[in-house]
Design a protein around this ligand. Sequence first.
Ligand SMILES: C[S@@+](CC[C@H](N)C(=O)[O-])C[C@H]1O[C@@H](n2cnc3c(N)ncnc32)[C@H](O)[C@@H]1O
Length: 235
Amino acid sequence: MHHDATAGGHRHHDSTAATGHDGPRHPDVDEETARFWEEHYGRHERVWSGRANPILVDVAGQLPAGTVLDLGCGEGGDAVWLAGQGWRVTAVDVSETALARASEEASAAGVASRIEFRRHDLTRTFPPGEYDLVSAQFLQSPLEFPRAQLLQAAARAVAPGGRLLVVEHGEAPPWGRHDHAHAHFPTPQETFAALDLDPERWDTERLDAPHRQATGPHGETGHLVDNVILVRRTR
Ligand SMILES: C[S@@+](CC[C@H](N)C(=O)[O-])C[C@H]1O[C@@H](n2cnc3c(N)ncnc32)[C@H](O)[C@@H]1O
């Protein structure tokens, strides 16, 4: 799917190769991953609720706006909210469909100039640079993928004084139990341990698992457990 960069914020491709899942193979994207997420987004007109994730809002809302890297940005709810708060956002996802929708939302919200959308399969390539905030919101998948390595790369992308915020399902969401039948849901402590952070260089600001009521993709209400891992790079 092609999206006009001038109408929908900055789209950046790291390769000149075509990237659509029906198009030629992309050397930096795992085909099964791309197919899975294209199908996920293709099943619905739009999964985007227009709302940012509440824990991100809570955390980022208390920080001065800076640069932020949104990993697995999906349809852009967080990226658009962050840009509206004055952050300069780099928003990354493997799904072309999700990125195109996110880009349209950014334009509609008038914040496209503050967001750079980039397509990456984060298990293959990772955006360069250091950010004041790196956010991974529900960067989970029923597919096997090297999540620990990915989260370690996320930590390496944090600038001195900056933060990494990981929010993840602590148990299968009620509306996705089938999808997640074989997935492992870590404790916040397990995810924190997998980051393998040097305690001399990192402070832990949050390591908890609050429960909340939430509305699912089809309007159903359910009980969710969110693991929250918030760490600050001291130097
Ligand atoms: C569960 S969704 C969460 C989306 C969004 N962060 C949110 O909170 O609504 C996971 C997202 O990660 C993306 N994703 C999964 N594997 C990825 C990979 N290897 N590289 C980049 N993005 C990936 C998917 O396309 C999807 O948009």
